[in-house]
Design a protein around this ligand. Structure first.
Ligand SMILES: [Zn+2]
Length: 156
């Protein structure tokens, strides 16, 4: 289960680094869709403008999972891989090394999002953004996230 958390956190953090829209991220399995988790990332726009970024986001799940556990079973990655290849327009190797580099550079942020997913099961896109921003600013993400959730509750 923690491998899935790192996988989804990899997608989420790299998606945010590209300033693409991020929806809910979950490690609660959906047996109907045969998914161990999911990350609602922005998809390609049909004009090719963000194809490489979307492909890198797809690859980042695998790269994060691999860094966390090099011996993991990556059997469920078929969909990510097919989509990444389709959007890579023949540059899959180059995009994969970019994805690996981004995972490396954002490892503390990915770890924190994975930790929050393990604790809460599901995070909203904005909550992932709060976690990543907290770490970027050297703050305690748990404190900032709690404060954010508290302030949202007051607004509702
Ligand atoms: Zn994935």
């Amino acid at each position: 289960m923690s491998g899935v958390a790192y996988h989804e956190a990899g997608h989420a953090v790299v998606n945010l680094r590209f300033c693409l829209k991020l929806g809910p991220v979950t490690i609660i399995p959906d047996h109907n869709k045969n998914q161990e988790g999911s990350c609602t990332t922005e998809r390609e726009r049909g004009d090719g403008s963000i194809d490489s970024k979307v492909a890198i986001v797809f690859l980042a799940g695998y790269e994060a999972h691999l860094k966390y556990d090099p011996a993991a079973d990556f059997g469920s990655l078929a969909y990510d891989g097919v989509e990444a290849i389709r959007l890579s327009h023949g540059r899959i190797e180059e995009l994969r090394s970019t994805a690996a580099q981004m995972v490396e550079n954002n490892w503390r942020q990915i770890e924190a999002v994975a930790m929050a997913l393990i604790e809460d099961g599901t995070l909203k896109g904005e909550e992932c953004e709060i976690i990543v921003g907290s770490i970027d600013e050297g703050k305690d993400w748990r404190v900032v996230l709690e404060w954010y959730r508290e302030s949202i509750r007051h607004l509702e």
